[in-house]
Write a protein that binds this ligand. Sequence first.
Ligand code: COA
Length: 378
Amino acid sequence: MADTEIKKGLAGVVVDYTAVSKVNAETNSLLYRGYPVQELAATCNFEEVAYLLWNCELPSQDQLAEFSSRERAGRALDPALKTIIDALPVQAHPMDVCRTAASVLGARHPLAEDSSPEANMTKAIDLWAAMPAVVAYDQRRRRGQDIVEPREDLGYSANFLWMTFGEDPVDEVVQAFDVSMILYAEHSFNASTFTARVVTSTLSDLHSAVTAAIGALKGPLHGGANEAVMHTFNEIGIRSEESMEEAAARARTWMEDALRQKKKVMGFGHRVYKNGDSRVPTMKEALDKMIAHYRRPELQGLYNGLEQAMDQAKDIKPNLDYPAGPTYHLMGFDTPTFTPIFVASRITGWTAHIIEQAAANSLIRPLSAYNGHEQRSL
Ligand code: COA
């Protein structure tokens, strides 16, 4: 096996075709079904983008109306699922709650054993429609608050905020949240999407694939990084009385220390993008609006200080999780809720890949190079 080249972490390995999205690190761009994600974020809402990911084209007005009414009809938390969530400890990580919910919704789905393309499309929309109620209710129960029923007069993001906080959402906040949902929706063969494709390749069902993907997303090297960013901010200390410059100076010192100690700082770096994450400028703009809206310049200081010190010391750029974490914090989400929000968004991309994998399937089963004992006898 000495001459076998191991591609650790599958880095640089192209394993299949996809028509769902294109990540181009050289041009620092990301296309969903051919459209630049920045343009989608500027002109579409999350429902339109979800439709695009599943159907390859943006919806007409009639198609969008029908699609939205299907989503709105599926928003309420299934009472049986609520009972199961209530049986989980409030200390359980919200990602464990999401993962359990995806599994329960799979087992309870009327088309559970049907993996035809039509059944998969139905299951994908149902799961996408149902997940905000899970995320919102879980945050509320951890705070000792009652469930808030969904509202059919609100769009996906506005209703998500409504179910979480029980207050009429402010348009500007809804827009920033919607942008984050669009940016988080899809990113080609990342670890969780690849996980979903591996599970699908065994001819297992859509909910099993999504449940596994949620497990992969939980890790801090992947989706869990948006939470970890907030832990960093908290470790440095968020001081509302501080000016932007003071906060930036403390953040720079913190980063210099962290890098001296060879720490990995979450929210920075990317396996594919080496010159910056294509989604960051759009998300940063949304964060800036939230910083202005909530009048919290000290957060801008922490953000800038860390970014500048990392850039100077290692030339490593922020990834999407870096601006997303503080944005969700400003909106009032608990830090452990951040990655579940990512789940609610990424269900669209995962399921688009599951459907694509199922349509041109080949069992995903790589080889390994054995480096254990030579054959021996008992
Ligand atoms: N903080 C500090 N150093 C970092 C870093 C970070 N966030 N990301 C990469 N590096 C450094 C590594 O220490 C390594 O340095 P070395 O060559 O001196 O040992 C070098 O950059 C290459 O890093 P590596 O982890 O091998 O690259 P990768 O392509 O495997 O990693 C990530 C990609 C995303 C796993 C990595 O950047 C990371 O762990 N980032 C933090 C987690 C995160 O934000 N994840 C969300 C991704 S969207």
